[in-house]
Write a protein that binds this ligand. Structure first.
Ligand code: NAP
Length: 246
């Protein structure tokens, strides 16, 4: 049987990196997208190869159409037709109420988290329809239903849009043999919190999480891996919340 070829956007660090390593252990070959941190991308790719999988790294800004097209073209040429897409590359911008947010930060969050996901889903829909099927997992967030007041309602809005995209696209692509699901993490220990200006946020939030701690990237990777696996063959259009009860 052919090995699955899975493209993970934002595979260099955090949840995306853990997902690449987990999928390699599960028998996938990987295409790892990143935008800025080449050293992190290469370090994750080495870990993937150490697990016996092929791994191609491609620098591509998912909010840019030409970059997304090149990312999928390079994947097909270098590793083979993509059978799985993990739409993971995401940003929040600085923390704070909407009233104080800068337009450029709002635009960037919408462009990466929503337009980027749409561009990648569109290309995957075209390619997977041509090859007879596949699976897509979109990284959403518990913020989609919590709303994240005072922190980033704009980010929460893009994640609610991700849930709608997941439900609609699952119905659109089901007849083509393509499953579309989402994972909605709670607060996970990654660089994202430092990037939004609050590295201690996960530790501080522990008291408000029913399981009493933030999650680890590998705990999200496990959910993504299940949704991509044959064990999830009848699962589509679902948003799997992995949030410690939050
Ligand atoms: P992270 O540690 O900040 O890593 C972000 C990743 O996305 C990096 O690999 C980064 O590449 C890449 N990236 C950012 N902008 C990009 C762009 N325009 N084009 C291509 N790649 C881009 O993030 P994370 O915490 O692992 O989050 C991953 C996903 O999970 C996101 O969609 C996020 O919204 C979601 N999520 C996270 C949490 C959490 O608590 N951490 C909770 C809920 C949902 P470089 O390394 O090149 O910069």
């Amino acid at each position: 049987m052919r090995r699955p070829v899975t493209l993970v956007t934002g595979g260099s660090r955090g949840i995306g990196a853990a997902t690449c390593v987990r999928l390699a252990a599960d028998g996938h070959d990987l295409v790892l997208g990143y935008v800025r941190d080449r050293a992190a991308a290469e370090a994750t790719a080495e870990a993937v190869r150490a697990a016996g999988a092929r791994c191609l790294t491609v620098r591509a800004d998912t909010s840019v159409e030409a970059d997304v097209e090149r990312l999928f073209d390079r994947a097909a040429e270098g590793v083979g037709p993509v059978t799985g897409l993990v739409n993971n590359a995401g940003v929040t911008g600085p923390l704070g109420p909407l009233a104080g947010a800068r337009t450029e930060d709002l635009r960037r969050v919408v462009e990466v988290n929503l337009l980027g996901y749409l561009l990648c889903c569109r290309r995957a829909a075209r390619d997977m329809t041509a090859t007879g099927g596949g699976a897509i997992v979109n990284l959403s967030s518990a913020a989609a239903t919590l709303g994240s007041p005072g922190d980033y309602v704009h980010y929460a809005a893009t994640k609610a849009a991700t849930d709608a995209l997941t439900v609609g696209l699952a119905k659109e692509l089901g007849p083509s043999g393509i499953r579309v699901n989402a994972v909605a993490p709670g607060i996970i220990e990654t660089d994202m919190h430092a990037a939004m200006g609050d590295p201690d946020r996960p530790a501080r939030a522990a008291a408000s999480i029913p399981l009493g701690r933030p999650g680890a990237p590998g705990e999200i990777a496990a959910a993504v891996a299940w949704l991509l696996s044959p064990d999830a063959s009848y699962t589509t259009g679902t948003v799997l919340r992995v949030s410690g009860g939050r």
